[in-house]
Design a protein around this ligand. Sequence first.
Ligand SMILES: [Zn+2]
Length: 151
Amino acid sequence: MKCIFCQSPDTVVKDSRETDEGKVVRRRRSCLKCNGRFTTFERVQLRELIIVKKSGAKRPFDRAKILKSITTALRKRNFLEEEIEEIANRITLEVESSNSKEVQSQMIGKLIMQELAKIDQVAYIRFASVYKDFSTAQDFAKFIGKIRENQ
Ligand SMILES: [Zn+2]
């Protein structure tokens, strides 16, 4: 694995441990050239999946995109990298466990919303505003009104 800081190919594993009940291996790596440290997560991919967007366009399923969405939603909300990785893993597992080879992108959006709703209201609203494509303050107000009703 190349160093993320200096791109040197000489990195070593300093520490390796299983997380998420052994489904994920977390490795702390260190670069021999610049001494930079970074973490990698290795997990089993259950199946190859195709994501079908609202437009009908098809894309290969990409866990990194889920991770990015969650990371963005949880920015400055005091969550650890590990916690965010675990959420992404849970969603990925759920998606990969679905019965069909093709998965609607809305389903993934809903799963992310469910996970965020459980842990952080601000992140939930942040994600929903992008996902549901809010364009006016009214859209926001309506959405928040609905959350209050459900509480
Ligand atoms: Zn380096």
